[in-house]
Design a binder for this molecule. Structure first.
Ligand code: GLC
Length: 594
């Protein structure tokens, strides 16, 4: 009898366990399902680019570092950016400030240690922020051990780079490069290596030899690099200079002269057309191999850096269903289409947005880049009055916005004298030409507060000078001011999480020479209307008269540029859409129901 009771008891227990397992499975399945239907993180966040040398210097040597970035993790969280992309932090002699990598899987000591990296990743992840690294696949530093061995023809490295015999020798017995190809940074793309008695090819500096992607071993090595960082918990990569990966195999061919009236310097990169040295078909195969690797991990992003005048070339990097590539190539149209304020009009802005959207392959995701470490500051390119309006635009459009550090406070280009110039591209153009090419003005230290050296460093010097305007233009001042670029940015970052922006539709009710407008709407939710004055004059506009759709008589002000001080547009005020007054360059964000 006790045995029978025991049996019943065990049966009951067994039954309970089975039910428990089923319930747990159902909950887990639901959880997974939920995750599967959620959009990938990179579609939900702002990407914030940190240039590590310039963000925050913890050890006082005048150059930013990983511990410095970590000390600002709370700032980044509060700012509302969800993804942090770090420009290269790998071991480097710094000829191109980290874009010349001497060891792809080691941290540059100037920036800290692998422990510092792990701590930074953990600090960001703890705060729900993602971490993206720069992947620089096209070239390494000439100080990379692969190149040192390749130059000695040591196997298996002999063909890790692109080596070629001279075309001949000149009268002085000097070797002549195999063709006329030019480096992006000016001058021949071939440099003679005495040791090997051959030329090697470099799209950028002589200190940045191009890797040979026709060598399977090189492809494998670089895939290992991706796995190394993915295993260490990074959430993806920004892929540097990817269109330069391959050149035609037959290097006896010269590139044709561009006949561009703006370039008469035969050593300038733009003197030639680059049909033989960029966007070769094999490049996409390699990017697809990288995609495969990222897809073996969950929820990782690949953003590709591709500047090209031909939008169709750029779009290729999105790939398609059968050959998936990057999640997106960067959209540089807001940089490339407007070199000066005078290029900007409501209509031109709309054209730039359309150019991307009309060419983007079906089902792909847009992105909007206003600035980066290779282009001047937004306020200096467009005009300070447009800073808020442009942040409003890129943060409220559908797609992923990419913000370069300091743009949230409207940092401006810093004048850098020839003596202080660091950028190798600027140095290659000499005293007379350096200012047109220098990327130093947009790379100066982040302006944190009004203390000495803007609170960037505890030391007494900085690698590039701090902008003189730091006393007024800094994070702390903007945190305490009643209104500031920073406060507007934070508010936008919060707003863009609302359903109207995450799920809503997009329209452009009024577009003219002086006015650009963007409407985001979704049934059952508040609508938002951004009205922008792209001109340099104050403006009063009757939106009803010009709108291509019905608009309500009035709307409530949500946000306005710091330049607007009018009583009528204090946030919370009701304004008539038939008489909207805008300061020069202003962005005014309005809301209304239905
Ligand atoms: C990319 C980087 C740039 C660098 C170049 C060479 O364009 O953004 O800063 O100089 O690649 O790596």
């Amino acid at each position: 009898m006790p045995n029978k009771k025991c049996l019943v008891f065990f049966f009951f227990l067994f039954f309970l366990v089975i039910i428990g397992v089923i319930v747990i499975c159902l909950i887990a399945k639901d959880g997974i399902k939920h995750k599967e239907t959620e959009s990938p993180f990179w579609q939900r966040t702002i990407v914030y680019q940190v240039y590590p040398r310039s963000f925050c210097d913890h050890d006082g040597d005048g150059t930013g570092d990983l511990q410095g970035i970590l000390s600002k993790a709370d700032y980044l969280k509060e700012l509302g950016v969800g993804t942090v992309w770090l420009s290269p932090i790998f071991s480097s002699p710094m000829a191109d400030f980290g874009y010349d990598v001497a060891n792809f899987t080691a941290i540059e000591p100037l920036f800290g240690t692998m422990d510092d990296f792990d701590a930074l990743r953990a600090a960001l992840h703890d705060r729900g922020l993602r971490l993206v690294l720069d992947f620089v696949p096209n070239h390494s530093s000439d100080e990379h051990e692969w190149f040192v061995k390749s130059r000695r023809k040591e196997e298996p490295y002999a063909d890790y780079y692109i080596w070629a015999d001279p075309k001949g020798f000149d009268e002085e017995g000097q070797p002549i490069p195999p063709n006329n190809w030019l480096s992006v940074f000016r001058g021949p793309a071939w440099t003679w290596a005495e040791e090997r008695q051959q030329f090697y090819f470099h799209q950028f500096l002589a200190k940045q030899p191009d890797l040979n992607y026709r060598n399977e071993r090189v492809r494998d090595e670089m895939k290992q690099v991706l796995r190394f960082w993915l295993d260490r918990g990074v959430d993806g990569f920004r892929v540097d200079a990817v269109k330069f990966l391959f050149e035609v195999e037959d290097i006896s061919q010269d590139e044709s002269v561009a006949n561009d009236p703006e370039t008469d310097d035969p050593l300038d990169y733009y003197y030639l057309n680059h049909t033989l040295t960029t966007n070769q078909p094999e490049t996409l195969e390699v990017v697809n191999e990288w995609r495969d690797i990222l897809d073996q991990y969950s929820d990782r992003v690949m953003m590709a850096e591709v500047y090209d005048d031909d939008i169709r070339q750029v779009m290729k990097y999105y790939g398609n269903d059968s050959v998936p590539l990057a999640d997106f190539p960067f959209n540089f149209l807001l940089i490339d289409s407007f070199r000066n304020r005078s290029d900007l009009s409501g209509a031109a802005l709309k054209d730039a947005l359309d150019l991307w959207m009309d060419n983007m392959p079906e089902g792909k995701w847009p992105n909007w880049v206003l600035g980066n470490h290779d282009n001047g500051r937004v306020g200096s390119r467009f005009g300070e009055d447009l800073i808020d309006a442009l942040n409003m635009l890129v943060l409220l459009l559908p797609g992923t916005p990419v913000t370069y550090y300091g743009e949230e406070i409207g940092m401006l280009n810093t004048f850098i004298s020839w003596e202080d110039t660091q950028d190798p591209q600027a140095c290659n153009h000499g005293l007379d030409g350096y200012e047109d090419y220098s990327r130093d003005p947009e790379r100066t230290p982040m302006q944190w507060d009004n203390s000495t050296l803007a609170g960037f460093t505890t030391g007494n010097s900085t690698w590039l000078p701090v902008n003189d305007n730091f006393k007024d233009l800094n994070v702390k001042a903007q945190q305490h001011a009643e209104k500031s670029h920073l406060k507007i940015y934070e508010e936008l970052a919060r707003l863009r999480e609302e359903e109207t922006f995450t799920k809503g539709h997009t329209a452009y009710p009024v577009i003219s020479n002086e006015v650009f407008s963007l409407l985001r709407y979704l049934e059952g939710y508040e609508s938002y209307l951004l009205v922008m004055n792209t001109s340099e004059e104050e403006l009063e506009v009757d939106l009803h008269q010009h709108a291509n759709m019905e608009l309500p008589p009035t709307a409530e002000v949500v946000l306005r540029s710091v330049t607007d001080t009018a009583e009528a547009t204090v946030p919370g005020s009701e304004i008539h859409l038939s008489e909207v007054k805008l300061a020069a360059g202003e962005g005014l964000l309005l809301t209304f129901s239905e």
